[in-house]
Design a binder for this molecule. Structure first.
Ligand SMILES: C[S@@+](CC[C@H](N)C(=O)[O-])C[C@H]1O[C@@H](n2cnc3c(N)ncnc32)[C@H](O)[C@@H]1O
Length: 244
């Protein structure tokens, strides 16, 4: 929140960020308890939304992770800041989570991501998902023949063809990278490939373990961001050193 005012207007080409939700998150059902997240008693989301709008280039995309109970407030702040909110992506998590009431609430198996535009930008053509139909086949006479790769994605990403949104604790143990809300780099890189060009600058103001920066580098983009917790900052350095 201190870095944002130092960034010039229209400076970054894509925002892909996962701010603390203001829910004092703690997983009670793990042997390895994570410390409470900094800012999880709530950041100034209204200011954050305005700053994000200001620093994003015109005709660019922005993705903000959220949760169902924070969605109305986050949506309102992003609209008020000037963004056009285009969709809320609902993406299968790598693991289920909940908010405590195991017998009286549904297990949460999805991440919610608010997809916004400043101005208008169309998605890039990618080779991320193949169409089921054979390339060149015509569904109906007079219609364009089908393309090999999908050019339009669903707003809900469930099933084996899509990467999951988060890494589970088994992944964390195997890779010795610990963070309570770590996201899947492959999933983030799909969003980066759809919404930015190689060499462009991707911003994440709440880097956590650095998943967005990892996805940016692996997709040939640059990154800019901040993480307030020194231990997580070290994790980011280590992960980036390993790939760079
Ligand atoms: C939801 S997590 C992000 C997790 C990340 N997407 C990942 O894959 O690891 C939010 C992060 O924001 C950090 N944070 C909280 N307040 C902050 C602030 N004012 N400036 C920078 N980072 C902050 C927290 O320490 C936490 O690591």
């Amino acid at each position: 929140m201190e870095l944002l005012p130092q960034i010039p207007d229209d400076f970054v080409s894509l925002i892909l960020t996962d701010p603390p939700y203001g829910i004092a998150y703690q997983n009670q059902y793990t042997h390895r308890r994570h410390p409470l997240l900094a800012g999880d008693d709530g950041i100034d989301y209204e200011r954050f939304a305005h700053e994000c709008y200001r620093i994003l280039k015109k005709n660019s995309h922005a993705y903000f992770f959220t949760r169902f109970d924070r969605y109305p407030y986050h949506y309102l702040c992003l609209k008020r800041a000037g963004f056009t909110v285009k969709n809320c992506l609902v993406v299968e998590k790598g693991t289920i989570g909940g908010i405590g009431d195991l017998r009286g609430s549904f297990a949460n198996n999805a991440e919610w991501i608010i997809f916004c535009q400043k101005g208008r930008r169309v998605f890039n053509r990618t080779t991320l998902l193949q169409n089921r139909k054979k390339e060149g086949s015509c569904f109906r006479a007079g219609r364009k023949p089908s393309q090999r790769y999908k050019t339009r994605f669903n707003a809900c990403w469930f099933g084996p063809e899509y990467p999951k949104a988060t890494y589970n604790s088994t992944w964390q143990k195997r890779h010795q990278i610990y963070h309570p809300t770590i996201k899947n780099v492959e999933f983030l890189s799909w969003l980066i490939q759809l919404s930015s060009e190689p060499g462009e600058l991707v911003f994440d103001g709440f880097m956590g373990s650095g998943s967005t920066a990892m996805a940016a580098v692996l997709s040939g983009r640059k990154y800019l961001g901040a993480e307030i917790e020194p231990a997580y900052f070290e994790t980011i350095h280590k992960r980036l050193r390993d790939i760079e």
